[in-house]
Design a protein around this ligand. Structure first.
Ligand code: NOJ
Length: 746
């Protein structure tokens, strides 16, 4: 026995001592095994235990029991979250290296849309439909986070959601599976860069697995009840795409799925993720979600919670201590096979090796690099560029926008004009309490206009106000100006985790303020800042120019000014349908036709429609304007009939018919006309963002292959059934410009 330990020990030190993990990736499984063999059961369980730092801001309910620092020194902790900065991480890593086996800690953090340099919220970035921009945003975030000692970001969040009441829509890519999958891939690639082991790469964590975005009523943490077909066709594809793109880790969701909490869901974790998809990374629970199975009424205590979670394939326990306090005992009692614990530990050690932490636990901990990355002007440029691409132009009657930089006077009115931190949106990291790097909208506009332009400011009201006291001053400001630009919206913390709202109208008296300013007769531009689709029907019907700016991050002011004054021509399109009232939710473009479809708003007699509401959303999925105009023509299909394993090329011409250069997002939708299970009225299956100079024409092509025609049939097989398919090319999901069809042969 002694001899065995000696041999294993020498292998262990030989392997740990060796340099450059990147070159020796094939040796990693051997190294993992060698470490595993040296570990006691308690040390193994320690690797599966993750705590939050008590020292920084927490992102969940902290349980301050026990002495975490001592536990780290005893090898009882595998990972920490919410530990910011090189200095502090180094202190903790040094403690971990005092443990018997010197296994380094993993540091994780919610880096959701940038680290110090804050990018637009993910839903805003999704509006860009620009995969390069989204990948770049994740790359910059990874570079800064890694520079600050972080190995692991809890992103991308890839939950599809059709319910804007759910506060967490801000973290995702909206309602569409295809767009969401492309964005999931771009984000994983951005975070993980050239691969784990490079000091500017971090592990991605795909969350929340799974179906969290379908929480009933849009209420956070709520239950989900859905068919297997809906799960696999709508909600799982972005997870699968992220897994295929190489995502290192997954996070469970808080919800139960058809009565079984996701954290202990064997079907999700063992059958699909680790089985069908062959996922080799590890799964972390969400915060306390192992222990919360007691509240779900699924287990009676933390011991049973640990039992069902480890059996299902949840590898790491974030903050519930169920593993820490029970897993070793469960193994000793013979209730949990040691192989399950070993598998979980190996998955975590594998990532620690791949990151190169065994070679150098301080690899990510360099204060010079930290300060360099945190002050990199290239990152700021990238944030501005991505922010510009995220602004959606909803309305621009009589081409009120762009404004001239030489305009004599502009009244800037509204509660968000001069706010600073609001621009970051939820899930942002406030850097050292220093907000000087955040460009407010006031500052951005001030920087942009010429010295001949007089800016007048009035707040008018607070974001969620009931008082009209500031209206008179705002009206006066408007009356003195040539044009009014208003900035209104939700507060940044009205969306995000635990921020579901039953009322998603523009809060407080803001829409009344807009009415009062409109009544002055001045031309009015309204900018709406929010983390979800809001309802603002009066504004949409009366105000000539509306920009949906979401939350744009630290460069918000500059990006907004670029768009307002035409230095950037808006190109974004909505990734979610905007409802007319809360009663219209869930509303999404890819619904079924039903047996009694309403074909328009006059067609309601015994139809699938509300008798008191339009059948259409206020603004549809895929909608967004430009300062220029585009014409679509010449749709051609390479064939009218296609065999199963063949492809069709769809081509069309697009022309910029306006006077300035601009980008258009050309959208391809398909409809399977008749199938053995009913199919949506249309499904996005491709898109391209095309840049055109004035008068320029380009040919756009899409390839349609079997995969794009496939769905789960009655036997739950993934098939493409013979028959007719409609091909629709749109500038949005409703505004279809060109149409054709083809037949899939048996
Ligand atoms: C709970 C959230 O649901 C999850 O998204 C986040 O990553 C963790 N808390 C950690 O903060």
């Amino acid at each position: 026995m002694k001899k065995k330990i000696l041999i294993l020990g020498s292998i262990f030190f030989l392997l740990f001592g060796s340099k450059n993990t990147l070159a020796q990736n094939n040796l990693i499984p051997v190294k993992v095994d060698s470490v595993l063999h040296l570990m006691t059961l308690e040390e193994k369980v320690g690797q599966l235990n993750q705590y939050t730092g008590d020292w920084d801001e927490a992102t969940g309910p902290i349980t301050k029991d026990g002495d975490k620092q001592n536990q780290i020194k005893q090898g009882e902790v595998g990972s920490m979250l919410n530990v910011k900065g090189v200095k502090h991480s180094r202190e903790l890593q040094e403690m971990a290296l005092q443990s018997r086996l010197r296994i380094p800690l993993l540091f994780g953090e919610d880096v959701i849309h940038g680290y110090k340099t804050t990018f637009p919220i993910p839903l805003a970035e999704a509006s860009s439909w620009d995969m390069d921009a989204i990948q770049l945003s994740a790359r910059v975030a990874a570079t800064e986070a890694a520079g600050s000692g972080i190995h692991w970001v809890f992103a991308p969040m890839v939950d599809i959601s059709r319910d804007p009441r759910w506060g967490r829509v801000m973290e995702g890519a909206g309602e569409d599976t295809y767009l969401g999958s492309q964005i999931a891939i771009a984000r994983v690639k951005g975070f993980q860069g050239d691969g784990l082991g490079y000091t500017n790469s971090v592990m991605a964590c795909v969350k929340h697995y799974a179906a969290y975005g379908a929480a009933i009523g849009g209420r956070d943490y709520n239950s989900v009840d859905m068919s297997e077909r809906m799960l696999r066709e709508i909600y799982l594809p972005p997870f699968k795409a992220a897994e295929k793109a190489g995502a290192a880790t997954f996070m469970n969701s808080f919800n139960d799925l058809n009565g079984i909490p996701a954290t202990a869901n064997v079907h999700l974790l063992r059958d699909i993720l680790k089985g069908e998809w062959g996922f080799k990374g590890f799964v972390v629970s969400d915060w306390g979600s192992v222990g919360e199975m007691i509240q779900h009424g699924f287990v009676k205590d933390n011991k049973e919670a640990a039992l069902v979670a480890i059996k299902a394939g949840c590898d790491m326990d974030m903050e519930s201590r169920s593993y820490k306090n029970n897993l070793a005992l469960l193994v000793r009692e013979g209730k949990v096979p040691i192989e399950l614990v070993n598998d979980a530990v190996k998955r975590i050690l594998l990532k620690k090796f791949e990151l190169g932490l065994f070679d150098n636990p301080f690899k990510y901990l360099n204060t010079d690099r930290e300060s360099r990355e945190m002050n990199n002007p290239e990152h700021v440029k990238a944030a501005r560029m991505v922010a510009e691409k995220s602004v959606v132009l909803l309305k621009n009657d009589k081409q009120l926008l762009p404004l001239s930089k030489n305009i004599k006077s502009i009244a800037l009115i509204g509660p968000i004009v001069k706010t600073v931190k609001q621009n970051l949106g939820f899930w942002s990291i406030e850097w050292d309490n220093d907000s000087s790097y955040i460009v407010s909208q006031w500052k951005g506009i001030q920087n942009k206009v010429s010295s001949n332009t007089h800016l007048i400011y009035a707040k008018g009201c607070e974001i969620n106000d009931s008082s009209h006291a500031g209206f008179a001053e705002a009206v006066q400001a408007a009356l003195q100006a040539d044009v009014v630009v208003m900035s209104v919206g939700e507060a940044r913390d009205m969306t995000g985790e635990a921020k579901s709202r039953s009322n998603i109208h523009l809060p407080g008296v803001q829409e009344e303020l807009i009415q009062a300013i409109y009544a002055t007769g001045k031309p009015v531009v309204v900018m709406i800042n929010a983390g979800r689709p809001l309802i603002f029907n009066w504004t949409a019907d009366h105000i000539p120019a509306i920009l949906y700016t979401w939350w744009l991050g630290s460069e918000a002011g500059n990006a907004i000014a670029d768009v307002l004054f035409g230095d950037y021509n808006p190109s974004a399109k909505l990734p979610m349908s905007f409802p007319r009232t809360e009663g219209q939710i869930p509303i999404y473009y890819n619904h079924f036709n039903t047996g009694r479809p309403a074909n328009n708003d006059n067609d309601r007699f015994y139809r699938s429609a509300y008798i008191d509401l339009s059948i259409y959303p206020k603004f549809e999925f895929g909608y967004g304007l430009s300062y220029t105009t585009f014409e679509y023509s010449n749709l051609e299909l390479s064939k009218q009939k296609v065999r199963q394993n063949d492809t069709i090329t769809v081509s069309l011409k697009i022309t910029n018919t306006g006077k300035i250069a601009g980008e258009e997002i050309v959208q391809l939708y398909l409809r399977d006309k008749v199938a053995s299970v009913v199919r949506p009225v249309k499904e996005l299956k491709g898109f391209q963002k095309i840049y055109l100079m004035p008068g320029e024409t380009k040919t756009v092509t899409f390839i349609i292959e079997k995969e794009k025609l496939s769905f789960y049939n009655q036997q739950m097989q993934w098939v493409a059934e013979p028959g007719e398919f409609d091909v629709m090319i749109g500038t949005s999901s409703e505004k279809i410009k060109l149409k054709s069809s083809f037949e899939l042969l048996p």
